[in-house]
Design a protein. Structure first.
Lengths: 223, 223
DNA sequence: GTCTATACCAGGATAGAC
DNA sequence: GTCTATCCTGGTATAGAC
């Protein structure tokens, strides 16, 4: 992740433990507030309150609101593709796809704020992470797409455009974080239990595998 | 759509053609700006500029920024489920699901701004349309879910939780509007041609049908 | 109904004490 | 490194002429 450079705090030198802890606290609070309000909607005051410290401290550590936002995004992007590396050419398609979907579902569950910040950023034009999407992400999708094309040529899964497949998988998994409010409203619940979320995860996995022409055991279809 | 009441312009009485035209112009401009910037990020000045008229006119017609935003949302919600009524119990599952997905894909293509405003609203907690989601939408999903459950009981499609299915279908279709920037970045194109979008639409339809255990001709699988 | 000019306030950023 | 007090821009909303 070289496109977005995290702000180096004021001094430009390594700081002591208290500073690092403050910084981490701010980042965490900022992620939550940016997720709830968007970039414009979030105020430094609210982030400061969420981080239990006065406003100027935020400026001391990150300079500007925009720099803080960039730091949050950097933090998010560094993990966004972390679980994505299960696509090895020799691997079993059903196994690889299944664990990819499960990893993405877990990410939505464990870092819903991060998912929403990312969604908000892309939704409004990816002004900050645009270069990252067209360079780094594009390259990765291209690579993994080749693996999938290999599987298709080998008759190991249905013919699915690899890029379209990725967009659909991302959408199907991230929607549980990004649109959680809608999910809760339609289901008539205040929250999803771990058990309920696990059940949903298996629904998504099964749906995605069938969508790729694979049954749960990974057997390719007659087609 | 009774939950959100569109603002009745200043006089409270029907206005003449020029007023109606201005109002429609403002709504259209507002939808676009709200889509690009979010509620907070959008400014009345920018909407006014987009509508080619001075700022106070917006307040004349809609009172406040929030009222204008509500009017835009009402407009969007009225069409959001319009195409959703292909789910008739007697219908063919593959045919019903296919035309539903196609309708949603067309909506994403033709009203991307509307889709983004909606996404942004839900993403940030559905503060304005929350009641609509838990009343009207919930009821509709419940109804259509019964139809799907009937199909499953009749062995006409795979066992898929109907609610989960809807969330996935919405996600898979709306992502092409909401995350268009990401799609373009990863594909390395500035825009999608009609032909390219049609091809993607068929990818999504095929994937969704297989996901439901249906092939393109609507034959249920052995399962 | 349409527009110019302006009141008013929220919020980002900084000065400067400790 | 931490915090109080304050500056100042930008943005909603309105007054009031036409």
């Amino acid at each position: 992740m070289t496109i977005i450079s995290a702000e180096v705090p004021a001094s430009g030198r390594a700081r002591r433990a208290s500073g690092l802890r403050s910084e981490a606290t701010i980042l965490q609070a900022a992620e939550r507030v940016f997720a709830e309000r968007g970039f414009k909607g979030a105020s430094m005051s609210e982030i400061a309150a969420a981080a239990h410290m006065p406003k100027p401290n935020l400026h001391y550590y990150f300079g500007t609101k925009e720099a803080l936002y960039r730091a949050v995004l950097t933090d998010i992007l560094e993990t966004w593709l972390g679980e994505a590396d299960a696509f090895v050419p020799d691997g079993d398609p059903a196994q690889a796809l299944g664990s990819y979907v499960r990893a993405k579902m877990r990410w939505s569950r464990e870092r819903p704020h991060a998912s929403r910040v990312f969604a908000n950023e892309v939704l409004h034009g990816a002004l900050f992470i645009g270069p990252y999407l067209s360079d780094d992400l594009r390259r990765r999708v291209e690579q993994k797409g080749k693996v999938i094309e290999g599987w298709i040529r080998g008759g190991r899964m249905a013919r699915v455009d690899p890029r379209a497949l990725f967009f659909m998988l991302w959408a199907m998994t991230q929607t549980w974080a990004d649109f959680a409010v809608q999910v809760h409203a339609v289901l008539g619940v205040a929250d999803l239990s771990e058990a309920a979320y696990d059940a949903i995860t298996e629904e998504v996995v099964a749906f995605a595998l069938r969508g790729c022409g694979l049954d749960a055991d990974g057997r390719p279809p007659a087609t």
